[in-house]
Write a new protein. Structure first.
Length: 307
């Protein structure tokens, strides 16, 4: 087992300054465990942090995993790739990456495909499929928490990944994200559409939409090469519970949605509608508009961020 972790910096914070909500996670037989340091989330805050590390093992395929967070405060914890130079950002560095301006050197890498509950998600891939992880790759764990209480809270996250040698992998998969981090949502009802074009042919494993508590509806339209348009994802009454437990469309021969295969040059249009009941303009990451998926064959994430 390879355990990548960092020592907690909580000894620098007086005990009375935070409420301890750290979880005691079960023992794991995962071959690769990513455990960033404990962190304190201020009261009434929406905080995203990124912890940097380097994978030094053999080239492998990541075949499944478990992503653990607080069920009270966790929003997501995922693995991302980064091109940040280790001289500039040494292993063990923790930075605030709440703003989209601090996300330019990273891309999604290992994302959950199944949601068991708030704070507990899983990666489950079909036999023979895997995310490709190369020796020496720089990784970061992105942790997103929302604290709606009046007290600072102390939290801990953990990611457990199961790996196999590359000779056991037939097909590589990678995440896809169509989004806009340049959001400016005025009070009242507002909408935004995002159109992203595919640069290669891909087959989808799953697709889901993501917004936060001000969301009211989200749709994804598939713009085909023959000029036709098919609505492939539609949530006309967005529930705040979907922020953490979104409806997921899974594709394949036995799926109610059938198979989804897109061709180079085709596109998706994602449309999000919100109702901002505050007096303030909402931006990212207070609100989001994302269509995210897992596709194959692919080894690198496909991220389309539209202004």
């Amino acid at each position: 087992m390879l355990w990548l972790f960092a020592c907690s910096g909580t000894e620098q914070i007086e005990q009375d300054d935070w409420v301890d909500y750290r979880e005691v996670y079960p023992q794991t037989d995962a071959e690769l465990v990513l455990e960033p340091p404990d962190l304190v989330v201020p009261p009434y805050s929406d905080q995203q942090t990124c912890w940097y590390t380097t994978y030094e093992g053999d080239d492998v395929g990541i075949v499944d995993g478990t992503f653990r967070q607080s069920s009270l405060f966790g929003h997501h914890v995922i693995v991302m790739r980064t091109n940040a130079d280790e001289d500039d950002v040494p292993d063990g560095t923790v930075v605030d990456c709440t703003s989209s301006e601090n996300m330019s050197d990273m891309e999604p890498f290992v994302l959950p495909s199944n949601i068991e509950g708030v704070g507990l998600t899983h990666l489950e891939l079909p036999d023979g499929m895997a995310n490709k992880l190369k020796s020496g790759e720089r990784l970061l764990v992105q942790s997103h928490h929302i604290n709606t209480t009046a007290e600072p809270v102390l939290l801990n996250d953990r990611i457990e990944l199961h790996i196999e040698s590359l000779d056991q992998v037939d097909t590589f998969v990678a995440p896809l994200a169509h989004t806009s981090t340049n959001l400016s949502i005025d009070p009242g009802e507002q909408s935004k559409s995002i159109t992203c074009t595919f640069e290669k042919d891909h087959t989808f494993l799953y697709l889901l939409g993501h917004m936060h508590e001000w969301g009211s509806s989200i749709t994804v339209d598939y713009n085909k090469e023959d000029g036709s348009i098919e609505r492939i994802y539609e949530i006309l009454e967005w529930d705040v519970l979907y922020r953490d437990l979104p409806p997921i469309h899974r594709y394949g021969e036995d799926s109610e949605y059938g198979s989804l295969e897109v061709k180079e040059g085709e596109s998706f249009t994602t449309t999000c509608t919100w109702f901002n009941d505050t007096d303030e303009v909402l931006g990212f990451p207070e609100e989001m508009c994302v269509a995210t998926a897992m596709v194959y064959p692919a080894t690198v994430a496909m991220v389309c961020d539209v202004d």
